[in-house]
Design a protein. Structure first.
Length: 81
């Protein structure tokens, strides 16, 4: 059965629901390099969203990604339990 394709509007709505919640992210960096982060969705903007990292995995306190990164499959976000 064919899967319904994600649109940027659908992704924007789902990310807006996650503002202030803990998430787990998996980011594909290319050449089989996958980084995993844990953080909180801090804010959303018309083209990007910002995730504040909660664990000291990175030297930067926050990361930003565009909604198209999720549509393309480069970023996968799951709400942490």
């Amino acid at each position: 059965m064919k899967k319904t394709p994600l649109t940027i509007e659908m992704v924007r709505e789902k990310i807006a629901e996650l503002v202030g919640k803990n998430i787990s992210m998996q980011v594909c960096r290319g050449r089989k390099q996958v980084k995993k982060y844990k953080g909180i969705v801090e804010s959303t903007f018309p083209s990007v969203f910002v995730v504040r990292l909660t664990e000291g995995e990175s030297s930067v306190p926050s990361l930003s990604y565009s909604y198209s990164d999720i549509v393309c499959g480069e970023v996968v976000i799951v709400e942490a339990t």
